[in-house]
Design a protein around this ligand. Sequence first.
Ligand code: ADP
Length: 201
Amino acid sequence: MEKRGRFIVLEGIDGSGTTTQAENLKAHLESQGKKVHLTRQPSTGVIGKTIREFLAKKEGQAVNWEMLALLFAADRLHHWEAEIEPHLRAGDFVISDRYVLSSLVYQGEDCPEEWVAQINQYAPQPDLTFWVNISAEAAFKRVKDRGGVEEVYDDLAKQQSLEKRYARLASSQNAIEVNGDRSISEVTQALCEAMQKHLGV
Ligand code: ADP
C-alpha cells in the first residue's frame, strides 16, 4: 500500500509571498518525483465560494464577523474531507495556502480568540506549518504593486495588526518561522531546508 502523503501549510499576511512559495515548493517536490496537490483557503468548494463573495467588498453589504468565522471553520472541515484527505490517502503531498492559523489571526481580530480556536478544534493538524514572516510595510508595498481585487483586509494599519497577531499566535500552531523579507529564491531555499529537516524530503 502506498504511503500516506504529507500536509504542508503556508501562512503569512497578504503579500508575504505564500502563493509564490507554494508554487515553488510544489516544483521542488515534483523535481523529486513526488505528486503534489496545491490548494488554498478559502477553498474552491461551495462554502469557500460563499466566503469569497463576502470578502470581496460589496457596496452596502455589512459583514457579520461571527458568521464569517463559522463559515471559515466549516469550509476547513469540508475542504479536508472533500479535497485534502483524499489526496493524502492517495499518497500525494498537499500544500495549502492558509489553514487554522489564518482564522486565529484574521477572524480573531473581530471575534473572541478562544471561540475561534474552539470552532476550529476539529480541523486535523498539518504535518508542517510555515509562517512566512515579513513586515507589514514591505508586504503592503508588494500588494499595492500587484494590484487586484480590493478586500476588506486591504489596508496598512490592518496589516500591521495582523503581522503582530501572527507573531503572537504562530507558536500555537507549531508554525516554523521563515524570514520572508528577502529574495524569492532565498525564501524558497529556507523553506526547502526546513522541509528536509522536519519531513525528510
Ligand atoms: P501572498 O500570496 O502571500 O499574498 P504573493 O506570493 O502573491 O503573496 O506575492 C505578492 C507579490 O509580491 C507578488 O507580486 C509576488 O510576485 C511578489 N513577491 C513574492 N515574494 C517576493 C519576494 N521574496 N521578493 C519580492 N517580491 C515578491
